[in-house]
Design a binder for this molecule. Structure first.
Ligand code: 5GP
Length: 290
């Protein structure tokens, strides 16, 4: 067997960093599966487009389902003739269909509600979305973007980081529920995961900018559109200026845009002022139950 190439210290560090992010990504999805916030069908549709998840072993996936330990997962794999080392992306067509059938959601299941959280950049949408991720019965959609990852972001958890070509392909194949350009990058909501999650009775939150929210209104009339407002303009400015992750040019562009965005509030079903994240989360939970 040829020896693996010798890596420089820099390359080794990079490889370790990638491995760490892949572990975090897998842990994130296993946790969502385990808490019943994500169905097997949703996971499989996401894994078809994501290498880290596609490479997860089927055994590891099944063991993370609620009520499925090693023994039950193993028995199921034997029943469907899935080898113990098989990875999700290596599942044959019949094996995949058999697994999906096993975990099929009854058609009598009440659909989850689609909530769209929008508002000016810097208003705190992502903090709200992050807090809602821990709420049982809710799933926060992961968008695709052509923006470069920030240092603390994990592919597949914060966003699916797409090249321009990958994004073009997803548009051409009609894989987005909506997509829009924002501050020079494109962002889109993958449709399949949202659809299968709603069908399983779990509420879905999209945390997106305004043009995208308007598209959702056309695509899904039953969606509830929520506009998040800052307590004041000054508060919004200080939040945008305090963001250490953006360049000065990008911050200035975002401020100018935020001014335009604030005018879109009347288009939305509900306006919530972001005084405290916990209160916004409580309002969203209430809206989903209406
Ligand atoms: P950021 O680059 O700061 O993560 O996000 C920039 C803007 O893009 C935010 O206003 C965020 O809500 C929005 N955004 C994130 N994902 C999507 C998406 O899938 N579709 C649309 N239309 N906007 C998105």
């Amino acid at each position: 067997m040829p020896l693996p190439p010798k890596l420089s210290d820099e390359e080794r560090k990079h490889a370790l960093e990638l491995a760490k992010k892949a572990r975090q990504e897998r842990a994130h999805y296993k946790n969502e599966l385990n808490r019943g916030q994500m169905t097997l069908g949703t996971f499989i549709s996401i894994a078809a487009e994501n290498e880290v998840l596609g490479k997860m072993r089927v055994a590891e996936l099944l063991e993370s389902l609620p009520g499925y330990g090693k023994i039950r997962a193993h028995a199921l794999m034997e029943r469907f003739n899935i080898s113990p080392t098989r990875r999700v992306q290596g599942l044959g067509h019949h094996q995949r269909s058999a697994l999906l059938r096993e975990f099929e959601i009854p058609s009598t299941q009440t659909r989850g509600k689609l909530l769209v959280l929008s508002g000016p950049g810097g208003v705190g949408k992502s903090s709200v979305a992050k807090a809602l991720r821990d709420t049982p019965g809710f799933w926060v959609s992961v968008s695709a973007t052509t923006r470069a990852p920030r240092f603390n972001e994990i592919d597949g958890v914060d966003y699916f980081f797409f090249s321009n070509e990958e994004f073009d392909k997803a548009i051409a194949e009609n894989r987005f529920l909506e997509w829009a350009e924002f501050a020079g990058n494109r962002y889109g909501t993958p449709k399949a995961a949202v659809e299968s999650t709603l069908a399983s009775g779990i509420h879905v939150l999209l945390e997106i900018e305004i043009a995208g929210a308007k598209q959702v209104r056309e695509q899904a009339q039953s969606a509830h559109l929520v506009f998040l407002e800052p307590p004041s303009w000054e508060e919004l400015v200080s939040r945008l200026e305090g963001r250490g992750t953006d360049s000065p040019e990008r911050r200035a562009a975002r401020l100018a845009l935020a001014q335009e965005e604030l005018a879109a509030a009347p288009f939305f079903d509900t306006v919530i002022v972001n005084e405290r994240v916990e209160d916004v989360v409580a309002s969203l939970i209430r809206l989903a139950s209406l």
